[in-house]
Design a binder for this molecule. Structure first.
Ligand code: HPA
Length: 246
């Protein structure tokens, strides 16, 4: 079963033929909301809204451990994250879709591992390639099949939020090699790796990052919703095609 974690702008999958919703309990507390189970063109898909169905949970308070655990527990063989980002790289503009290939984690204080007990062996995961290469390839193939243009790589910088960045912080992220910036990519990706569930992401560029392009003098929130609403339609089309091939 394919699982999708939807971020800002994607609190439900319109093309999901819903069969049931289930509130799952985990040893790590409650997920952001009920998991919605259903099918897309006959293929089973589960959906979870990262910020809750009413979009009330900020990035630093999302229970990433419970979310990823719940999806793994109910049989997810792959998790696709859909997350909005700010565009840092000059070739990225609002509305663009990107399949990121790398992560730099600037978050702090988040519960970022399942291995923090003192009753088990110290455990390290390999995280050289944070996104599952095969799932990334499948996403790119699905995008082609759906006729949706995507950029095929970007380094995703994960900031703590919930505030947006300063212009100087964005300059620093760019010097570090980041192409996009968001607030939710970590620890989600690492937790999926800890549970050996292939994980990849579709990033939707909602705005120019602080100090860039039309955000030179500030980020204008009025335009974000419209950009996301349109672009999420294209992200859904990719997921629909992915469900057919996974
Ligand atoms: N910064 C961080 N997270 C974001 C942004 C941004 O500019 N846009 C959407 N999510």
């Amino acid at each position: 079963m394919l699982a999708v974690i939807g971020g800002s702008g994607l609190t439900r999958l319109a093309n999901l033929d819903v069969s049931r919703r289930e509130v799952l309990r985990t040893p790590y507390g409650e997920p952001s909301g009920a998991v919605t189970f259903g099918s897309i063109r006959g293929r089973p898909v589960a959906f979870l809204a990262r910020h809750g169905y009413g979009h009330t949970i900020p990035p630093h308070e999302v229970n990433y451990r419970a979310n990823v655990w719940a999806l793994a527990q109910c049989g997810a063989k792959a998790i696709v994250s859909v997350a909005s980002v700010g565009g840092i790289r000059a070739d990225l503009k609002p509305g663009d879709l990107v399949i990121p290939h790398q992560i730099i984690d600037y978050t702090w204080g988040r519960k970022s591992t399942y291995h923090d007990g003192h009753d088990s062996q110290v455990t390290h995961i390999d995280f050289t390639h944070p996104y599952d290469p095969e799932l990334r390839a499948a996403l790119l193939e699905a995008a082609t099949a759906a006729g949706v243009a995507v950029l095929d790589s970007a380094v995703y910088a994960v900031t703590q939020g919930p505030r947006l960045e300063t212009a100087a912080e964005i300059d620093r992220l760019e010097r570090d090699g980041a192409g996009v910036v968001g607030m939710t990519g970590m620890p989600e990706a690492a937790l999926a790796r800890e549970l050996s569930v292939p994980y990849a992401a579709i990033n939707v560029v909602a705005n120019y990052a602080a100090g860039r392009g039309e955000s030179r003098d500030g980020i204008r929130f009025e335009t974000l919703d419209a950009v996301l609403a349109e672009a999420m339609g294209r992200a859904r089309a990719i997921i629909e095609h992915l469900a057919r091939i996974r």
